[in-house]
Design a protein around this ligand. Sequence first.
Ligand code: C5P
Length: 326
Amino acid sequence: MSVAVRSFAKINLGLRIGARREDGFHDLRTVYQTIALHDTVRVEAGRGMGIEIRCQSGAVPCDESNTCYRVAERVLRALKTRGKITITIEKRLPVQGGLGAASSNAIAAMLGMEQALKTQIAPEEKLRIAAEVGSDVPLFLVGGTILGMGRGEQVFPLADLPPIPCVIATPALGVSTPKAFADWDKLAAQAKMPGARNSSHAAKLTGSNGSDTINGFSQSVLSWLWSSATGVSAMGGGRAEAPLLDLVRAGIENDFEQVVFPQHPELRDVKRVLEGAGAQYASLSGSGSTVYGLFPSKDAAQKGAQKLEASGTPAFATTTLPRREY
Ligand code: C5P
């Protein structure tokens, strides 16, 4: 039986990096938001044995390191079953793009396997497997607007933002997430050195081991949740746009911009183009290289995407995807 599953992307509405933990991961806080752009993952279960990954994109590894492969072997083990599983990834999303494409592909493969094998995996087992395969895999079991904590694998569904028109700019460069975290550590270490200027956000990490910055993020999200729950926008403004504007004005930022923009100044330029085109909020997604902008209307988003395309940056006008649609 062959099953096709859409594998939607995410963006990060703010991302604060905390201390490097003993296990080498970093504590973080982020708000994930799923968007309508997607790959398609096809799962086929047949006679025989083994897992085969197919993808036409040369940038995607088709060996055991592929997230779909890693999920598939864990699912087979959890179900105590065998069989020949063929997973075909139809790529549309950028690789190493900060959109969580590989992680999303992994969940699509898991859900596809459930259908193809006509079985169900217990929810807690799905979460366990997802978290084992990657920090930003579990979010794709939830979808919509999600609070991410721990190393990003602890996910909490938030009151969903309404669909928001957005532009996803995908400059043709990949950013390695482990390298971006390592660069962040270097920046934080520099800020600790005697005589270092104490003005950057990284400098705030010195005394606090990063806890101040991620606590600040939690407070911003809390005040945003409060205004969503009570219907009273702390910042004023109409009800329809208040949740987004409150979140934006609460001061969400992506810490990765501080290490990625200096290395790839063209990404900062893309953010400026989006802001200039009328984005209410523009930011790097994850560790990049995707930069997105949230727009007040579909029309404005379309024009923003055209502006970027005209300057040579691939860009898509799309919309954020609430949980129900996800
Ligand atoms: O969990 P995932 O496999 O996606 O992480 C890839 C790498 O990114 C990790 O090996 C680690 O170097 C880095 N990382 C981190 N802190 C996180 C998430 C990822 O340092 N919270």
